[in-house]
Design a protein. Structure first.
Length: 229
């Protein structure tokens, strides 16, 4: 899909609340092939925050997470957008700048957000440059745990949302963070290769016709030359 910009707002519903942040939005682009899906996330952050770097107060990591329902949804059914609920868990692809990798975190509410070390098959890369983060996360479209974690299929809609943390602003955990509501991700079928094949066939046909015309022309010239002699 083309890159789209999504606004983020401070989480003010559940304690501990966040009333202001300098993270205003994130640009997201998704790409897929027959086996994998990848997401590119770009957002502005004035500082690269890492724990222990500030003497003015506790500093936390900068982080971002893609959120999906852990199980297939029916109709307009969605998990609670603040990290799900006991009946509707969510998968978070959680990337943090320290150590710079992503892990899978399953939650049933914001109080259950406890990142571990399980990557869950997610591969990631990220960098901070001139006040901007650029992160790519990739995973297989389908996994062996189809009934436990998000699955992707061409031609289907998958709800997703984003949450992010600015560590230098004291943002961390399931409360102090910026969030957005659910949106829908639609995996479009890959463009048909037929036009390419038709184009190549047209070129080949054109070459055959060109050589045929040259052959006929030369043959006619030779016949006329014999008649003159």
């Amino acid at each position: 899909m083309p890159a789209n910009y999504y606004p983020l707002v401070p989480q003010v519903i559940e304690k501990p609340r966040l009333f202001w942040s300098l993270l205003f939005g994130v640009e997201i682009q998704a790409m897929h092939n027959d086996e994998e899906i990848a997401f590119r996330l770009v957002w502005d952050d004035r500082t690269e925050s890492k724990p222990g770097e500030s003497e003015a107060g506790e500093t936390f990591v900068d982080a971002i997470a893609l959120q999906f329902p852990s199980r297939p949804t029916v109709g307009m059914e969605r998990p609670y957008f603040l990290m799900g609920d006991p009946q509707h868990p969510t998968d978070l692809w959680y990337w943090r700048n320290d150590p710079g990798t992503a892990v899978r975190v399953q939650t049933t509410g914001s109080s259950t957000f406890k990142p571990g070390d399980d990557a869950g098959g997610i591969e990631s890369q990220g960098r901070f440059d001139n006040g901007q983060y650029r992160v790519v996360m990739k995973r297989a479209l389908r996994t062996a745990k189809a009934d436990e974690e998000v699955q992707f299929a061409v031609g289907q809609f998958v709800p997703f949302s984003i949450t992010a943390w600015d560590g230098s602003n004291g943002e961390h955990g399931g409360g102090k963070r910026v969030v957005m509501a659910w949106y829908n991700l639609y995996l479009e079928p890959q463009p048909s290769k037929a036009p390419i094949y038709l184009m190549l066939a047209g070129i080949a046909l054109g070459v055959v016709l060109e050589f045929s015309a040259l052959y006929v022309t030369k043959k006619n010239h030779a016949a006329r030359a014999r008649e003159r002699s």
